[in-house]
Design a protein around this ligand. Sequence first.
Ligand code: FES
Ligand SMILES: [Fe+2]
Length: 424
Amino acid sequence: MVIANQNSSKRGEMAEADLCTSDRAARRRQSARADIRRMVALIAGDRTDCAAAPLVLDKSIYTGRLRHAAEMDGIFRKQPLIAGLSGDIPEPGDALVFDAAGPSVLVMRGKDGTARAFLNMCTHRAARLVEEQEPWRGRLPRVACPFHAWTFDGQGRLVGQPGKEGFAGCPEGARDLVGLPCEEHLGLIFVRLDPPAGPVDATAHLGAFAPVLEQMEPWRAEPVKKGVLRADANWKFALDTYGESYHFKSLHKSTIGQTHYSNRGIYQPVGQHHRVNFPDLSMGELVSTPEAEWPEAEYGGVHYIFPNTVLFFGAVTPGVHFTQLFRLFPDGPDRMICHFAVYAPFGVIDDAHRAVCEEAYDATAGVVQTEDYRVASAGYANMLSAPDGFQVVLGANEPALHGVHRHIAEACGMPLDRTEPAGR
Ligand code: FES
Ligand SMILES: [Fe+2]
């Protein structure tokens, strides 16, 4: 697999990354042990990581039209968004379509191994170049426009123009594809939809969260299955379901509620991002077991990458990991779309491993769509018809949700205490 970045120093980091796989496996085991210490202490103390106080949110934090417009600009146009993982376009000539944030974007890995993003738009008369919708991905060493067959290479250069004589006088290079800021870092492909907002600086964007992500070696992940989930709810209302275990026992009584504690979890905020992890029931036995006798555990956790991505990493059975990527987008103020994908974190080992990852997709998609997004959709319908001034409350025991709302509000310039009446 080719892992490319926009500058040579990052390529160097990747080469080093490949050399240090066993070190990272050791780091994951250390992180897993540190998590277990914290989770066992929570179980023993009958408590969970908490914020200082509950956070009350006016319903217009979700339903407000002015806030929606501010988020579309301040979050979905200005912030770096994850278009996919490196493993989605592993080789030169591979490409993917990223539609969900608004304009259709074409990400292509050029002959030089660099991933670049362009508007999925012909520079002749604006036709859509790749007509398939996200999550399409495939081989595209060159892209030919379906309208009049102009052709562009993997670096976005116009390389074929039937009837070229009709365009005499157009300067060389003036009709190359419209590029968008793009940077590939740690196996994550970031795109920014608003070029004037500047290039993507993934290192600055991730800050101290980079080492947390790096230990999972996301550049090794191989896609297995992708699809789309939907909720009739504001995108943040659906996003709220990913950050707390308070609902496990009641909403997920036949799945994770059977295997994990409810209302127990560790919360690790890192800048605008965070990580949470929730103890499974077997950890209860460790409360009265000396640590020297604890079994070795696999790293796991739910990683929120600001502003709209949740990366779950975990083991299905000991030694059988998978990565789940949820990318949440508004579909108007009152609906959302989630691009959900399951990856084999270190490549697909064999057919049985692929089948496990496919099962992980099917099982998780079923639970999220029929349980989490079911209550999100019905609750949101309630909220739309609730009187002005209605407020929800995020408990102190739901601290990750506080952080998410505060950082989104800050990034779009709409403080959480700024409310707006319905119908605006
Ligand atoms: S619009 Fe693409 S070639 Fe004419
Ligand atoms: Fe849930």
